[in-house]
Design a protein around this ligand. Structure first.
Ligand code: SF4
Length: 262
């Protein structure tokens, strides 16, 4: 008898409505979040280079030192690489970052005639992304940070926390690359929710859905998570099932408030 092959079904990813629910639940847990523009766009771009592979404290210190030493980014663009390197030394990897900063600034000058990138705000999102992506060393995450945090556009900037939480929750497929995830998530998250998505998913990834041993029994979106059973003990699963039954019957007391972990 011929053998029948059973095709493995690819698990379905979450609908827009379910993703919106996860954003609402996490925003209620960790928010509300205020959206305040941080730096002008070109400064934000330089800051993203300074923040690669280092802490926020170190990158802020390096940016401050750079701007104290040169005052304007036009001066940075014209400076000798060793001088930039000395100024940004507190941020680490100065030997790699200094030539990168000089190169990207000079490319912006070549293409735009000035270092003012505010014109991107007037472009359709995909064109603005493509404009930034043509610059050396600017990938989807850096472009997303400049467009969303500086210019308030609904661009995704996916870091390791957002990527991990999105995969575990089935918002994106397990084999989707981080670059591709930017485009998929921009399709699936409503533009006015992109900022809340970004901040709430990062908070969730840092505090609860950690890379190692996520705190699934405390998870506010655990009921929507297809990965929960992978990380949770049988005892915790039984407790959660009992609690969910009590919730349905309306007999459980007020939930214990979540205490953020550092
Ligand atoms: S249930 Fe666990 S794996 Fe799923 S999102 Fe929550 S913490 Fe992450």
């Amino acid at each position: 008898m011929p053998k029948t092959t059973v095709k493995k079904r690819t698990p379905r990813t979450k609908s827009k409505a379910d993703i919106a629910r996860t954003i609402d639940m996490m925003t209620a847990q960790y928010g509300p979040f205020e959206h305040e523009p941080r730096l002008p766009p070109t400064d934000e771009m330089v800051f993203t280079i300074l923040s690669q592979h280092t802490s926020d404290i170190n990158s802020s210190r390096a940016y401050r030192r750079l701007m104290e030493r040169f005052v304007t980014l036009d001066e940075v663009a014209a400076a000798a690489i060793p001088e930039i390197e000395t100024a940004i030394a507190p941020g680490g990897l100065a030997k790699i970052k200094a030539p990168r900063i000089k190169e990207v600034l000079n490319r912006v000058l070549e293409l735009n005639g000035s270092l003012d990138l505010s014109f991107l705000r007037e472009m359709p999102l995909n064109d603005a992304k493509a404009w930034l992506r043509q610059l050396p060393g600017i990938g989807p995450k850096s472009a997303g940070i400049v467009l969303s945090f500086s210019l308030g556009m609904p661009a995704m900037a996916i870091d390791t926390h957002i990527y991990r939480v999105s995969q575990r929750l089935g918002v994106i497929g397990s084999k989707v690359s981080v670059d591709k995830a930017h485009d998929i998530l921009e399709e699936k998250v409503e533009p006015e929710e992109v900022f809340n998505f970004h901040v709430s998913y990062i908070n969730h990834g840092r505090q609860v859905c950690r890379a190692q041993r996520p705190l699934c029994p405390e998870c506010v979106v655990g009921g929507l998570c297809p990965s929960r059973n992978k990380f949770i003990s049988k005892a915790d699963l039984a407790t959660l099932a009992a609690q969910e039954e009590q919730d349905l019957a309306g007999t459980r007391g007020a939930p214990i408030p979540h205490v953020p972990q550092s």
